[in-house]
Design a protein around this ligand. Structure first.
Ligand SMILES: CC(C)(COP(=O)(O)OP(=O)(O)OC[C@H]1O[C@@H](n2cnc3c(N)ncnc32)[C@H](O)[C@@H]1OP(=O)(O)O)[C@@H](O)C(=O)NCCC(=O)NCCS
Length: 175
């Protein structure tokens, strides 16, 4: 594996998704209805992973060649997923569509380790900033991002056409 294949997110391991990951990832999402209630206003649907696999930014400028979806593993166990879009919304800015750890992996510094692994991996490919949206009420994620130096850029109001049930804060960090 070369340096660029996947970010180094020790103690977890990241690799590109394969078909057999679908079932355990969907099960992981279904194990945390509270997150989906918080962000989408409803529990996870049966095609939650499929929606993630096909999700691209709404403006149509980016394609699947710019989308990087990784599974995070703790040994053989599924520990989470990360979804990234390259050069969105502008060149050299990467967009973190989702970082999600399975509930038993949380609160042990692993989310922070994943973010730090992403910074290096993205920088190595010429990215100079990481942008993301966080639901206003997601206290743990907001704490993590604030303590990692992400800065508020703008807010997005709820919009059912893009499954946005709550106000989302757009944050960005230079790499
Ligand atoms: C958000 C997420 C990736 C963070 O990963 P994590 O491994 O749980 O986070 P870490 O343990 O690395 O760090 C979390 C920080 O938040 C703090 N924290 C924990 N619970 C908190 C709470 N309820 N309110 C505020 N801060 C909290 C922790 O103390 C820690 O800060 P510290 O290192 O200064 O002590 C993970 O919790 C997750 O997958 N959540 C569900 C999905 C999600 O919300 N994704 C983000 C979408 S934008």
């Amino acid at each position: 594996m070369t340096r660029l294949d996947a970010p180094i997110v020790a103690p977890l391991v990241a690799r590109a998704l394969i078909e057999s990951d679908a079932e355990p990832i969907q099960a992981m999402f279904e194990s945390d209805p509270a997150y989906f209630e918080l962000t989408q206003g409803a529990p996870p649907g049966p095609a939650e992973l499929q929606s993630l696999v096909t999700a691209l930014p709404p403006d149509g400028d980016r394609g699947y060649e710019d989308k990087f979806l990784f599974i995070l593993l703790d040994g053989e166990e599924v520990a989470g997923v990360v979804d990234l879009i390259r050069d969105y919304p502008t060149a050299a800015t990467w967009y973190l569509g989702l970082v999600f750890l399975t509930p038993t992996q949380r609160g042990r510094g692993r989310g922070r380790a994943v973010l730090r692994g992403l910074y290096s991996w993205i920088s190595a490919q010429g990215g100079t900033a990481l942008r993301l949206g966080v639901v206003e009420g997601n206290a743990r994620a907001r704490w993590l991002y604030a303590s990692e130096g992400f800065v508020f850029q703008a807010s997005r109001e709820p919009d059912p056409t893009v499954k946005r049930a709550r106000r989302v804060l757009m944050l960005e960090r230079s790499l």
